[in-house]
Design a protein around this ligand. Sequence first.
Ligand code: ZN
Length: 483
Amino acid sequence: MIKAAAFFALLSQSSPAAAFTSAPTTASRIRATSTIPSSLGASAAFSNEDLETAFFSIDIEASGSIPKASFADALADLGVVIDDSAADALFDKYDADRGGSIDLDEFKQLMSDPAMSGIKPQRDVKFAMDLFKKYDEDGSGSIDKGEFRAVANEIQADARRRSLISVAAAAIGATIVADYSQEYQWAQKNFRSLYIEPLAEETQNKAFPTALLSGDLDQAIAKTLGARGFTPANTIFAHSVCSDEVNNKDEQLVALMVNRWQEGFSLGGLAGLPFAGKSGFRAFLHHVPDEGKLLVCFAPHVGIDAAGKVGALQRDGQTKVSKACGAAVGAYGVISSKGAATSKPSGGNDDTDLFDPQLNTIVNLLEPRLGGIEKAVDPISFVTYQMYAIVRDLIDECVEGTPDVWDFANEVSIIGGIMINRYKGGDFFQPLSFETRVKDGSSKGKVIDLYDEAFGNKPDLVGVLGSEEAVANLYDRSKRAKL
Ligand SMILES: [Zn+2]
């Protein structure tokens, strides 16, 4: 059983009691004084909630009061530097009942003293408080799980993403969510603001403006297709994503969708191109339940590192940042060096080694799509969007180049976008297309666009791609890439 106060304290454990931080202007910070200002200021700019947060963060033991002995330290943790005799004087002034400890009401009074100006609540503790309120729905003020210290210790540490989240989920999520996968999604959503990388988040918001967490995407697809009669029993799922292990982690999109649809045929090779080809697609097709449905999810991928660089990624167990997608970035490198006056020699371990059939294919398909790249916000984002178009075209080729698809299936649903790999805070997916094709006697089938229903408006990509023309080219399906 854990009380609210302990919960807040634990969540802010990495800097105990640092519920408040000093305001940006040090001028407003109170220096050590030997006397206490005698005039009480007007009520300070703290909300009741701010005051409770601060109190709870100091009162680590959840005793309901702060003893005189630890008062000076508590003030120091709030960013108020004050000498011991002044702290004692301040304490005595507000210890109305002379009990030797300050309770919440007395603390609220104290915080309105001018000596307390210039400090403000720390966001994380506010967040924890909100989280607790949400959890503590019956208002009992306690949570019957004792693992919060472990959560607190791990939550701000640079821990492996999955273990961190699962500890958090075990501590908080267990009683309000149904299964492990949901626990993970729930905890990820609720905790990510505590440990995300702000520069990566900022870059993602610009380059992939309507990206969704993998779990949200999986749910949006399931909801839309569920309404169309897709069930795990009548549907067979295939994915075309890059071979890179970063795309095959537990709780990321492929694993979530395989778990939901109960199997997953792998069509993808490097950069997510469906190198399994028409033969691979036909094999997949032959496994569909009678008069059943096909579901295909395709996506190139791209990493964003902590510095907000697109095309780079920290990986578990590595201190160095590596490329993601290595194949797409490598192909772009080959094309760039071709145009340079001195071409780069390709070495055996180089990503730009052409003695490599999959990479060679990517180079050939990407090269004609690079017009206008100089206007883009960054070249790798532009390249990644082109990779999406290439994979989309090849998937279309697979479906339409397999006319007997309609002998086996009565509906083929295809979702496409870009997977965004993040070291912290979970992977995302920028959806770009979601279509379903219904058997109607033609080889293509009747195409129904499900994007708006599932995801709302399409993202505005003019900023990231650099021009209206580049956006039109991205969505133009008249010049289809072919293997
Ligand atoms: Zn890759």
